[in-house]
Design a protein around this ligand. Sequence first.
Ligand SMILES: C[S@@+](CC[C@H](N)C(=O)[O-])C[C@H]1O[C@@H](n2cnc3c(N)ncnc32)[C@H](O)[C@@H]1O
Length: 277
Amino acid sequence: MGIATTELSPIEQTAFLTEYARAVDSRWARPILGDTLADEVVGKIDYDFEGLGVQTSVVCQTALRAKMLDDRVRAFVHEHPDAVVVDLGAGLDSGYYRVAPPPTVDWYSVDLSGIIAVRDATLPPAPQSHSVVASLADDGWTDGIPADRPAMLIADGLFAFLDEPVIMGIFTHITKHFRSGQLAFNDYGRIGWVSRLAVKLYPQKMFKDVGSQFAYPGFKDAHHPETWNPRLQLVEEASLTEAPEVELFPGWVRVATRLSRHSRTARRKARILRYAF
Ligand SMILES: C[S@@+](CC[C@H](N)C(=O)[O-])C[C@H]1O[C@@H](n2cnc3c(N)ncnc32)[C@H](O)[C@@H]1O
């Protein structure tokens, strides 16, 4: 009998989709991320992961964006060995173990209480890895996180589930609390109503779970968050479609992703945005 999940809210359960996608990638002969710990975590949880109906394209995208965020965290902690890393809406993500930062770095994983309980029960403890039970809708999430060290904040698969005032609150609070650092996250560009409706109509459970929790349609222009907080300056917009790891995508997903490089809209639909402050 694995760890029970019946008490988790639907928003917390969205963490199972991304964790399972990374687990599936790790089983492939040519993984993109190769996070075998994700597969171990999945194996400890009493949940019908296969019933989610996770698509191959979702496995590819989830694994690649985690890899791209890991690379940016690695570069930041290399430059700032006294950094704090803060994973917003961390779910079960084992980024800390993949990046393996030096012992001078502290890593904070912020999420809601139910999923943090599953996280703490499934991931190995480490002195520099700290779980923070908090809602990002409340500024108190930074209580207890050092403000005077260079901060690398990341969010993977989070902002589409928060409404705009909450996102703006996070973006403004970051520079009030932390003295300097960066914020990097995955982004889908502007999600039109047709896409949102299609997600709800797909038969797979994963689309229904995600579609029912969508709260923010997003933005096209990567400079848009600078209007929420001018102290955040866009320093990078990187499309997943242009990453070298696309060559590891299986068959038709690789071909379709290569083709999508020719469309500005498609490039924007899967991107990593990074801001400095
Ligand atoms: C799709 S999951 C992504 C989890 C993780 N980043 C990953 O890549 O596996 C979204 C996560 O955001 C968390 N979340 C949503 N709203 C939140 C809030 N207001 N405060 C903190 N975490 C929140 C959920 O509990 C969930 O773990």
